[in-house]
Design a protein around this ligand. Structure first.
Ligand code: AMP
Length: 715
């Protein structure tokens, strides 16, 4: 069979065409099982192209599926495209694989939404890790975009299956298809007129969940809550699913088994329960504390959708509770979003019937993550995914770091503590909804640590092994990073309270730097001791170290690190660093040229992030294909494709002319709509953008063509 010669006249084509069978169906519709059944009994050579495993057993992208399918066809094998392919756009590139000797079929597994959801929620060990609590929301979203295939898209044959019988008959049709057999063209099977999923399916989702009982509580925590953590860890899912994830409402990560309190009040809102900070052991004035609580709560409730805050105290007669209640009522704070609760914060659900996802622990200065005590007790509660430890100001002379009645400082710290707590909660809620589309560079750290000066918070998840996302947090995390070294949490609060910061945090110009989480120090460590990282680095010289970006956002993505101690970021760069900047640029250029010799189709850009996420000045040398599984969210994209990315040539000009670089440190840049870097067309989400950029051949915008901002192969 001559598949390289599609122009061969039809009558000369041998019998037994190759097939591209595009499976169409939601997660849980049985696509992989379908392929397995056929492949087990078929005499025709088949290859199953599965996006969940295409990247060396890990999830890959559509482009990889396409090239793998093309290779299989070239080898004379028919292929199953085992991905959801729910809309026309997702299918179109695969349909193009067809030709005179290759027929393209669709097998539509249009099974009831309930069945798909129920299967996805319950399955374990799914290749793409789409299972458990989140699967329901993802499947639901995906089904809303369902567009049944039509012959006019380029299919030779479409087979619709609406139930198990239909599926079985499709399996036997393909299983019995020998290498020389062809199937008739046309549409077969009944098309479901109700192509769109019924609205309100989310109500059903609760029914498919396994009910929680005391005996299975441990499991229930893992199953109903941990999915979002496990999903963070593995950052599921294929692009199509990511697309669906990207539109999950803010509380979707908290869609859990018990979306009602024990009193039967239904809710699906993420909930933070917190005690009053510093008023008990740290003896902070109740009246002032109540003002601060109500003010910070008010700010938060105005900002965030349907999340709930609950102030908890053990006793009915609690002064702080009644003060807060009165002040909240005066301010007309929405009682659905904020209320008080009397009970034990470690047993809110089991004893109080209050369903909470995140619990704050008012800690003392010995604050330590993990472990037993309050922490363990909280985590044994159903539904709790995170504990945030909060260290407030101390007015008790019997305790460490007493503020000696300095309420100016004390109020400031307490306000910061609550703001930081609520921001931490918001970031958890946000991550719950964002995780699949969000960045997922796992950093192997066991906790996302936040601390704010003296109002110090540390949050960690119920899964102690949880790896956290370290990238894509420019804006949100920046505001939360602690201002002191984080290794010793207690010491941090003590130091910063006394206004001391370690020399570690002193910039080259003597100013204090922001503190960097331990994960953000990796490049710094490499720059200072490259000899300890010989396996990772590509080049070491006196001034710079070159290494591959660990989470490349394009086919080629290098970092050129400055080796100067204390030169954390572009903000620290001054005229005396001009030579270094030029050196970094020259080294970057040499590497780009080297890559261009191997692949002349690449185009490079060299530049800096206005506000980096990693410590130590580093130049990105990045190819403009942005073909990367690591580029997952708006912030990833926009950090390289808006003014946030400062071209090295411009930085050098600015430092030459003005003594420093212009920083475009505006969160709005990172949150801007997604636009193609070539034609500037806007796209609703990363998967769409990615599929666009694989085909966009538009010239680069004029501004990039000037001043050597783009580096091409010599013409
Ligand atoms: P920036 O936002 O400019 O700080 O970018 C930091 C870059 O460092 C990102 O592109 C990360 O993917 C990358 N990165 C993070 N950790 C490492 C590491 N350990 N080794 C190499 N690159 C890293």
């Amino acid at each position: 069979m001559d598949i390289d010669n599609p122009s061969k006249p039809k009558d000369e084509v041998a019998e037994g065409k190759l097939l591209v069978v595009i499976l169409v169906g939601a997660p849980g519709s049985g696509k992989s099982t379908f392929c397995e059944h056929v492949m087990r009994s078929s005499t025709r050579p088949w290859v199953r192209i599965c996006q969940d495993t295409i990247g060396n057993g890990k999830a890959g992208n559509k482009t990889q599926c396409l090239s793998s399918a093309a290779r299989a066809l070239k080898d004379g094998k028919s292929v199953f495209i085992d991905r959801c392919n729910l809309d026309r756009e997702q299918r179109s590139e695969f349909v193009k694989l067809g030709g005179p000797q290759i027929d393209v079929h669709a097998v539509v597994l249009d099974l009831p939404a309930r069945l798909c959801i129920s299967r996805s929620v319950k399955r374990t060990g799914h290749e793409g890790n789409l299972q458990g609590g989140k699967a329901a929301a993802v499947v639901n979203r995906m089904l809303q975009k369902k567009e049944l295939p039509k012959i006019s898209e380029g299919f030779n044959r479409i087979m619709f299956c609406q139930n198990e019988n239909d599926v079985q008959s499709a399996i036997s049709t393909y299983s019995t298809l020998g290498p020389l057999d062809n199937l008739p063209d046309g549409c077969f099977g009944q098309k479901n007129p109700d192509a769109k999923i019924q609205v309100g399916i989310m109500k059903f989702l609760k029914k498919v969940d396994v009910p929680v009982n005391v005996a299975s509580r441990e499991n229930s925590i893992r199953e109903s809550v941990s999915p979002q953590i496990v999903e963070k860890k593995n950052s599921c899912c294929r692009e199509e699913e990511e697309e669906a994830c990207s539109s999950i409402p803010v509380n979707a990560g908290f869609e859990s088994k018990e979306a009602k309190d024990l009193d039967g009040t239904p809710h699906d809102a993420p909930t933070l329960a917190f005690p009053s900070i510093s008023t008990s052991d740290f003896q902070f004035n109740h009246e002032k504390a109540a003002d601060i609580i109500v003010e910070t709560v008010e700010e938060f409730t105005n900002k965030i959708g349907n999340a709930r805050l609950v102030l908890v105290d053990l006793t009915h007669g609690s002064k702080i509770l009644s003060l807060v209640r009165a002040k909240a009522a005066q301010k007309n704070i929405d009682s659905q979003k904020f209320f008080t609760h009397v009970g034990d914060i470690t047993h809110l659900y089991s004893k109080g019937g209050l369903h909470c996802n995140v619990i704050a622990n008012a800690a003392n200065w010995r604050l330590k993550p993990g472990g037993g005590g309050v922490n363990a007790a909280i985590f044994s509660e159903a539904g709790v995914t995170h504990v945030i430890h909060v260290l407030g100001p101390n007015m008790n002379p019997q305790r460490a770091n007493c503020l000696n009645n300095d309420y100016n400082e004390g109020c400031k710290i307490l306000r910061e503590a609550y703001t930081s707590l609520f921001d931490g909660f918001a970031s958890i809620v946000w991550t719950g909804a964002e995780q699949s589309k969000g960045s997922s560079e796992d950093i192997g750290s066991k906790a996302l640590e936040l601390c704010q000066s003296n109002g110090c918070t540390r949050k960690h998840s119920s899964n102690s092994d949880q790896k956290i996302k370290r990238d894509g947090i420019h804006a949100s995390e920046r505001s939360k990073r602690c201002k002191g070294p984080q290794d010793d949490f207690g010491a941090n609060s003590t130091n910063s309270r006394a206004g001391k910061l370690s020399p570690e945090n002193r910039n080259i110009d003597g100013s204090m730097s922001k503190a960097w989480g331990s994960w953000a120090q990796a490049l710094h460590r490499i720059a200072i001791h490259p000899e300890r990282h010989e396996d990772d680095v590509l080049e070491i010289s006196e001034d710079v170290v070159v290494l591959n970006d660990l989470y490349p956002k394009a086919q080629r993505h290098l970092l050129v690190l400055a080796r100067t101690e204390g030169l954390d970021s572009l903000a620290n760069v001054r005229k005396e660093h001009l030579q270094l900047l030029k050196k970094m640029h020259a080294v970057g250029l040499l590497w780009a040229e080297k890559f261009l010799r191997a692949d002349g189709s690449l185009v490079f850009r060299l530049g800096y992030h206005s506000v980096p996420s990693m410590r130590q000045l580093h130049l990105h040398v990045i190819s403009q294909d942005f073909d990367s599984k690591h580029s997952k969210n708006k912030k990833h994209w926009n950090s390289f494709n808006t003014g946030f990315f400062r071209d090295s040539v411009d930085v050098i000009d600015e430092v030459t002319n003005h003594g420093k670089a212009t920083l475009k440190d505006d969160d709005r840049l990172l949150n801007m709509e997604l636009r193609c870097h070539r034609c500037r067309s806007a796209h609703p989400n990363i998967p769409r953008l990615k599929s666009h950029i694989t085909i966009c051949q538009a010239p680069f915008p004029a501004v990039l063509l000037e001043n050597g901002r783009l580096v091409h192969a010599p013409q």
